[in-house]
Design a protein around this ligand. Structure first.
Ligand code: HGY
Ligand code: MN
Ligand code: MN
Length: 419
């Protein structure tokens, strides 16, 4: 086993910094929303880099990109290394992209060392992991895993009314291959933790055992537009004032289940949004999460009751719809053990951890043995242009990824011999 093989950390860091220029923001982050021209540009960069590394590259009808490095036996399902190249509107340089580019670095390292794996290795860019432009998140890995239909995905609209399917065609990434038809032998994803635990405990590697449960909702509060100057307070049906109370109820729901529950209102649109008109309508989103599905369900029930009471007291109507439910996920023990052994063999301080953020691996775990590897990010800050990790941390994560993939390739070969 090439236990002494190491990635070229400088080459990997350079690739991350080079792609960070595509959608770079003045504050040092990236705005590269899915299916925009900037997403198309970074996709083309990635495809060209993989082709230079000798990969066969194709993409499916959800735009998921598969860069395949042949192995000795190409009839075998590939071992996959996947993540995402799309970002939040005020995203950082590392969320998602390090998982894709560390996969490319693994291929480059195997090429440099002249190592032929038993199974093919595929590096994957999953379309629309973030769900920021087209909700829900993890949309294309969800279609791949059979959670969503392709037609549902194509129908999803952004806040300007543009449809996912139309935008996918517009940027030229609607492939022929139906999403989900090719099996994966395993799936590994390197990602920043996006939380403070690893840094706080002085750990370099997070051995990710699963992903917490998540539910997204859309709420529309309807009152009555009226004149801000001539409408007495007691006669108003102020949708924004009612929403302000509702947002406090969301906060209270998150605080009611310590220490792991989280609850967030991230997007809000008040209409007509004029300074001297009492807002007649407000649209806002809610994100509830907890490691245990039963607690997420309890949080939803509590919140539904609280919002209904506020609506009645405020003289407004509320339309409240759950648009996404991603149950808690437990990753594959064999993959987890491979990551754990790799971190120990490489001498990196590590600990097991549950992912607070959603990831494509949460859905891919339904169709292939899957796990993730975390590295720290400074102060746990992510989904923020300040997002930061260190070159040596990224190198450590990529080395663990390389070793876990090589061990899995060997183990699957042993299993096959035993059969
Ligand atoms: O929402 C999430 O947790 C992920 O970043 N899409
Ligand atoms: Mn991510
Ligand atoms: Mn993200």
């Amino acid at each position: 086993m090439s236990r002494n093989l190491r990635v070229d950390g400088a080459r990997l860091w350079d690739s991350v910094m080079e792609t960070a220029k595509i959608g770079a923001t003045p504050k040092g982050g990236i705005k590269r929303l899915t299916l925009t021209d900037l997403d198309a540009q970074v996709r083309r960069w990635f495809i060209a880099a993989c082709e230079r590394a000798g990969c066969e590259v194709r993409f499916d009808d959800m735009g998921n990109i598969f860069a395949r490095r042949p192995g000795r036996d190409n009839s075998l399902p590939p071992i996959a290394i996947g993540s995402h190249l799309d970002t939040q509107p005020t995203g950082g340089k590392f969320d998602g992209v390090i998982g894709v580019l560390a996969g490319l670095e693994v291929l480059r390292t195997l090429n440099d060392a002249g190592i032929e794996t038993r199974a093919p290795i595929e590096v994957i860019d999953w379309t629309n992991e973030e769900g920021s432009r087209f909700a829900p998140a993890m949309l294309s890995s969800g279609v791949f895993a059979g959670v969503f239909t392709r037609d549902y995905a194509y129908s999803r609209e952004d806040r300007d009314g543009l449809k996912f399917g139309d935008e996918l065609r517009r940027i030229g990434f609607q492939g022929e291959e139906p999403c989900g038809v090719h099996p994966l032998a395993a799936h590994f994803e390197l990602h920043i933790e996006q939380g403070p635990i690893l840094e706080d405990e002085g750990k370099t590697i997070g051995i990710v055992t699963g992903v917490q449960g998540m539910r997204w909702y859309e709420a529309t509060v309807t009152g009555m537009d009226c004149h801000a100057g001539s409408t007495p307070m007691h006669l108003r049906r102020d949708a924004l004032a009612a929403t302000a109370r509702m947002i406090q109820a969301v906060q209270a729901t998150g605080l009611a289940h310590p220490p792991d529950a989280v609850a967030t209102v991230g997007l809000i649109e008040a209409r007509p949004n004029s300074r001297n008109v009492i807002p007649g309508e407000v649209f806002f989103t809610i994100d509830l999460r907890h490691p245990e599905d039963a607690v997420v369900a309890a949080m939803e029930a509590e919140l539904r009751a609280a919002l209904a009471t506020i609506a009645a007291e405020s003289g407004v109507t509320l339309n409240f719809e759950r648009i996404w439910d991603s149950p808690a996920v437990h990753f594959d023990p064999g993959c987890i053990a491979a990551v754990e052994r790799a971190a120990a063999a490489l001498g990196h301080p590590a600990r097991r951890i549950v992912a607070g953020a959603g990831h494509d691996s949460a859905y891919i775990a339904r169709v292939a043995p899957t796990t993730m590897i975390f590295i720290p990010c400074e102060k746990g800050i992510s989904h923020n242009e300040m997002e930061k990790t260190e070159p040596e941390q990224l190198t450590a994560g990529a080395d663990v990824l390389l070793q876990a993939v090589l061990e899995t390739d060997a183990r699957l070969g042993q299993d096959a011999k035993i059969k």
